[in-house]
Ligand binder design. Sequence first.
Ligand SMILES: N[C@@H](CCC(=O)N[C@@H](CS)C(=O)NCC(=O)O)C(=O)O
Length: 360
Amino acid sequence: MNGIEITELKLPVTLQGVHGSPYTRKSLAALRYRRLPYRFIIGQPGNPIPVGYPDWEALPVPKVGLLPTFYVAGEGGELKAITDSTPILAQLESLSEERSLYPTDPVIRFLNYILEDYADEWLTRCMFHYRWMYEADIDKAGAILPLLRDTGIPGAQHEKLKQLVSTRQIERLYVVGSNEVTTPVIEDSYHRFLTLMDTHLQQYPFLMGSRPGSSDFGVYGQLTCLTHFDPTPTKIVLEESPRTYAWVERLEDLCGFEVEESGWLTRDSIPDSILALLGEVARVHMPQMLANARAIAAGEKQFETEIDGKFWQQPSFPYQAKCLRWTREVFGGLVDSDRESVRHLLSNVGLMPLIEEVIG
Ligand SMILES: N[C@@H](CCC(=O)N[C@@H](CS)C(=O)NCC(=O)O)C(=O)O
């Protein structure tokens, strides 16, 4: 699926990242939940790791330098570096079918896919925005991120790295569409998300029911930053949804959680809270996915659209156009009757254009 072929997945699963990276946290928590042995290499591919990882120089560097990077066996048995948590977690299913991350009911599985994509591609904007927009957040992230790789960095070098990291990331705010105009759109969406999550958690321990799906881990990954690391959004969650804060703590390590096979939501029992979350996806995530895909199809480097009734402008991204294509492919892969059920559900929450709107 999704174009990544892992020819040989070996245990322990080997991955590299840092604790400040939401997708790294997503992947680690998913591996723990799945009880798959793993080797976690702290740091960035290609960068020296001072202690504890003697083989770091032998590790290949991925084509796109993103975290986490997984190391797998390529076609000739050689070590290959790959990125992109969503398809990689999906391929991990081939290692064992137990404690799967994917709901058995194809309709619910599709909703899980959409919510994972929303977490990875929208909530991450909230995360990046808060981290690099406000002084307290910039100060903390700038100071801590370099130390996550190496706690032994001498003072002067630490100060230099702090400046370097902060400047680089602040300059990249525009990449996720975060600026003065879009700030209220992003921040309102975070507040609303917390309310929706709070309502859901009053009824269910996980997004996908009484067992977690890949969407739970996607949301968890972004929230490790928003609710537990960055001071501004942490203050907000503590005021508005202590329940969501506690949920993030629990998700970190579910290795001891015993799974009931029948724990998934089913198409006959979709709670209003999930429908409301899908409505939120339609409100903020969908318009930017569609506008981005249109811009990519037209070869435009920027796109402008309206999100939540407000002006939105940002550079266009081939990767997100690919995400939209994948979502549509997953929908297209459903059997007719399931597709009709999904269509009915998505239409009710205003999400059908995500699947059907003609691009280019
Ligand atoms: N779609 C990818 C996204 C990974 C990603 O964006 N990783 C970020 C860190 S959380 C990254 O490595 N950014 C580049 C950088 O920090 O230099 C996934 O699901 O793994």
